[in-house]
Design a protein around this ligand. Sequence first.
Ligand SMILES: NCc1[nH]cc(CCC(=O)O)c1CC(=O)O
Length: 313
Amino acid sequence: MLNNITLGSRDSVLAMWQAEWVAGGLRRAHPDLNFHVTAMKTKGDNILDVALAKIGDKGLFTKELEVALLEGKINLAVHSMKDLPTQLPDGLTIGAVCSREYPGDVLIAKNNKTLQELRPGARIGTSSLRRRAQLLHYRPDLQMVDIRGNLPTRLRKFREMDLDGIILAYAGVKRMGYENLLSQMIPFEICLPAVGQGSIGIEIRSDDDATRAIISPLDHRESRLAIEAERAFMKRLEGGCQVPIGAYARVESNRLSLEGTVADLHGKNAIRRSISGPAENAGQLGNQLAEILIEMGADKILQQARQEFGIHE
Ligand SMILES: NCc1[nH]cc(CCC(=O)O)c1CC(=O)O
């Protein structure tokens, strides 16, 4: 009988918040079982001086957890869905996708300015190629500055480097209790989120039916299908989390609508289309939307981005 369950998490404050949130949900669902969170460092946490896109390794924030999972040291791994590569190692699977937080990006800016109000040539901190590409498409005059690190570090750099603003995921800002710092919820028309952004996923061993059953109360069907569509879209485009791809899927009344974009790093070209269909065809819809974008030249934009930033997939 499985009654002591170990959850693995990265050791960042946000990751630990998320893991404790999952543990809390599991404790409410199973008052008779014991859950505890164990933290570990990942490669992405250790290498802080290199731009993320240049490290060029899928699973930067997940691999150590996956090894622990495969070795049986933990029963499940809690991840930000957006950090989880589309291709999981053999023997592992996503056992549950939790109810999604608002998935959009936000601006934290000096004097609470919006993107529109920023001074010409304003310096904006982000290490994400997706944010960079879409923001430059909206405001080509902006100067994008690479800042890495976890949320507290990025906020510190925002102040220390005297940046005009930084772009973050709303979900992280909310979970860390920084909502009072928000200057703008960036409209989806300007910036589509990263695939899976705002959702917490639980990874398990594929053959571990006991853990799968234990976590099933935390699975949220609409979020799971939406993210399945987004991940299929990204997989077809062969993008990791560090390519200029954005996507946002929603499920309403069992219909799924998906919007996706591929943008070049200078903001000159941005291809953006949407698709909708029955929610149970989530994966197929994601794949189809990717095909449409490829037809329009998305693969050329991505190829160029990979060359320019030396991304090795
Ligand atoms: N890139 C790191 C990361 N991974 C997940 C989140 C936010 C939480 C989420 O998407 O669920 C963040 C912070 C950010 O991008 O601002």
